[in-house]
Design a protein around this ligand. Structure first.
Ligand SMILES: [Zn+2]
Length: 350
């Protein structure tokens, strides 16, 4: 079934995306600028950071991956808006992933700006206080999911992959659902949209007709919804609810954190819901037909864009944790499924 299409508005961004180059800095209105920040060595290529100008305030949404080249691009973008780094007064981050929160710590150091995350976002630093305990629980979980012993080292996170997570900024502010971000002269409302991360938020600027969607809704790719440690027990159920919440209208311009801007939040939410429902149906088909014993077994019977055999390390970890999120979702919908997903190790990691 084909659903109504969205209307792309970030034409220069879409062209840049297709040509595999960085899109230009753009001024969207008197108060809002779009500043692409390179995401080195990643197929997403960039994070779209947004600069909001209030009364004597300059606030960045999602400053992007922490790198020198990213810092150069941010500095140049701010200069185009007539500002320097030290003029920043705040940093709002849609979720804790490193391609969004990464640069916040460095920017806070040079500007003294506050850093804000959603009230339910993972307190990642606490979970990493005892990295050995975390890594033990993580590898117990992967083993429970049927990751073969000889692939465990490849699939699991290790202490080096924790390093950049450990350096992420601890927020100064926690933003609650439906509250206004404290920026004088702007009306930027927080909508809590868990799913892609436990405490993801979107920001709605109704007076200017803009929705900043982070990774919750992107125009082309569908965000990963993974069962995470630590994390809520049924992220896919959360994601469906969050799509309903954000699709309250269809005419505002959507400013995502990757790819390009568009109009048609309701249309895109409907496509994303359809995509995930089809995937759940595929998982259910495998469960009924192949009688798999583990999440790994389910995953290897599913279709993957470049084939299951081509998945390695990080991609493979995403693939199994995404499959796990479908299994727990289907179980919550009343399907009797005997594949083990959660064990006692979860209780030790919050
Ligand atoms: Zn992202």
């Amino acid at each position: 079934m084909s659903l109504p299409q969205i209307a792309v508005t970030g034409h220069a961004q879409k062209e840049a995306w297709q040509n595999k180059v960085l899109p230009p800095v753009e001024q969207l209105n008197m108060n809002v600028w779009s500043v692409p920040v390179p995401f080195p060595d990643n197929p997403m290529r960039y994070t779209l950071s947004y600069l909001l100008l209030g009364d004597g305030e300059a606030v960045l949404i999602d400053p992007g991956w922490d790198s020198d080249v990213g810092m150069e691009h941010l500095t140049a973008g701010l200069r185009q808006a007539g500002l320097g780094l030290s003029d920043l007064t705040g940093i709002v981050v849609t979720h804790f992933h490193s391609d969004h929160l990464g640069m916040a710590a460095r920017l806070r150091n040079v500007s003294g700006a506050w850093v804000a995350l959603g009230e339910h976002e993972v307190h990642r630093l606490a979970a990493y206080d005892d990295p050995d305990r975390f890594l033990r629980a993580h590898s117990e979980e992967l083993t429970l999911w049927g990751v073969p012993a000889d692939r465990l080292a490849e699939v699991a996170m290790d202490s080096t992959s924790l390093v950049h997570v450990k350096n992420l900024a601890d927020p100064d502010l926690r933003l609650s659902d439906r509250s206004l971000v404290p920026i004088k002269g702007l009306e930027m409302r927080v909508i809590t949209t868990p799913g892609h991360s436990p405490g993801h938020i979107c920001l709605v600027d109704e007076p200017h007709g803009l929705i900043f969607s982070g990774d919750h809704v992107l125009p082309r790719i569908s965000p990963h919804i993974s069962l995470e440690l630590p994390g809520p027990p049924n992220p896919l159920a959360d994601y469906y609810k969050s799509l309903d919440l954000i699709a309250f209208e269809d005419e505002m311009e959507v400013c995502p954190a990757h790819e390009y801007r568009f109009i048609g939040m309701q249309r895109r939410a409907a496509q994303l819901i359809q995509h995930h429902r089809e995937r759940s149906a595929e998982v259910l088909g495998v469960l009924n037909r192949n009688h798999p014993d583990t999440v790994w077994d389910v995953a290897r019977h599913l279709t993957w864009s470049r084939g299951w055999e081509s998945l390695r390390s990080f991609s493979l970890r995403l693939a199994v944790s995404e499959t796990a999120s479908h299994v727990v979702y289907l179980r919550s919908q009343g399907h009797e499924i005997n594949v083990p997903v959660t064990g006692p190790h979860r209780a030790n990691i919050r």
